[in-house]
Design a protein around this ligand. Structure first.
Ligand code: R5P
Length: 350
């Protein structure tokens, strides 16, 4: 059984129960970590850092595509953290929707197995870009996912660099919002220095984030004008700000088809930038993304491991782990300590 005793002593530890209750002396809270198959590597990294084994969730896909979960150990009374980004995994043969359904059945199984608290650790929240109606008769799918997770039985959600802050408001349960910004700013400072740098927001939606990132690394920022003439098609117009002769770093939350970054990188090079790089939290890289980015002038792309990197990635892509940040969050949630302290209160970047 995977468990970690709370340092605070837990129920029956430093706070012994009143006489007459039926809580056995020495009873302690238990921390358990399970991982869905879309996030096995990340879940393993978090469990290792916590010094616990991954709880075997007995996951499988039936021949008709239905998902199955049966925890191999008792989880009664435990705080169960389920690590699963709702992304596809080519190596596991999972689509985005498989990963989502797998997470839902894992949560539901835990609820009916009497876990004390069930926490979904979903650093990449699939469907997060469908956070409003942009046209008549569209769904608000990010809200639907929130409702599904709550119906399944989560007590809280840990996520990272949401596409938009309002997704937090789709939940009635607490949402702990993590950010990879400290990891990415540190990397940029270490590898590219701070001289002659300019941080680029690829569209208006990222302007605030780019400004904060630029302040952290001590550089100016510029903004690109982007249009989406159709779903999954990005057109970059002009650059607002000075990029002439500079090392440009484009900052985004997600790289999906690579269309946004490819067009943005070309636009800043056309405006006279010396070199162009990209950093983003979530590297989804769907469809022809590797080829699209390979044709672009990007000299380097940095993402985190919120989404597993598919085979065939060009060597310009670097993956940094966000496991330390997530591990710290898990530990603090388990012990009821402040999570925002990890980021000195700067984890709401919207
Ligand atoms: C858009 O608002 C997002 O921040 C990303 O720029 C976008 O989702 C990236 O998608 P793609 O790589 O397909 O252009």
């Amino acid at each position: 059984m995977s468990s970690l005793e709370t340092q605070a002593g837990g129920i029956g530890g430093s706070n012994p129960p009143a006489a007459g209750t039926f809580i056995p002396a020495g009873y302690d809270k238990r921390l358990m970590i399970a991982s869905g198959r879309a996030s096995l590597d990340l879940g393993t990294r978090i469990a290792e850092r916590l010094g616990v084994g991954l709880t075997d969730a007995g996951l499988k896909t039936f021949s008709d595509g239905e998902m199955y979960c049966r925890y191999r150990d008792s989880i009664r009374g435990a705080d169960l953290f389920i690590v699963q980004s709702t992304c596809g995994s080519a190596s596991e043969g999972l689509t985005v929707n498989d990963a989502l359904m797998e997470l839902l059945v894992m949560v539901h199984a835990a609820k009916h197995a009497s876990a004390h608290r069930i926490i979904a650790v979903t650093p990449w929240y699939g469907y997060s870009r469908q956070d409003k109606k942009s046209a008549p008769r569209e769904p608000i799918s990010a809200r639907l996912v929130a409702e599904l997770l709550e119906t399944a039985g989560i007590d809280r959600l840990v996520t990272m660099d949401l596409h938009a802050g309002q997704v937090q408001g789709f939940f009635s349960r607490p949402v702990d919002h993590m950010t990879a910004m400290p990891i990415l700013t540190q990397y940029v400072q270490d590898r590219l220095g701070t001289e002659n740098l300019v941080i680029i927001a690829p569209d208006a939606g990222r302007a605030k984030l780019a400004r904060k990132f630029a302040q952290k690394v001590g550089a100016p920022y510029a903004l690109l004008e982007k249009e989406r003439p159709a779903h999954q098609v990005a057109q970059t117009g002009y650059v607002i700000g000075d990029v002439q002769g500079k090392i440009a770093v484009i900052l985004d939350d997600i790289i999906n088809t690579g269309g946004t970054l490819g067009a943005a990188a070309q636009a800043v090079m056309d405006e006279g930038a010396k070199e162009v790089y990209a950093v983003a939290t979530h590297g989804v890289f769907s469809g022809e993304a590797f080829a699209t980015l390979g044709r672009s002038p990007l000299a380097g792309i940095v993402v985190t491991d919120t989404v597993p990197l598919r085979d065939g990635a060009p060597d310009t892509i670097t993956v940094l782990t966000c496991a330390d940040t997530l591990t710290d969050s898990v530990r603090r949630i388990f012990t009821d300590d402040s999570v925002s302290e990890i980021f000195q209160g700067e984890n709401q970047l919207f």
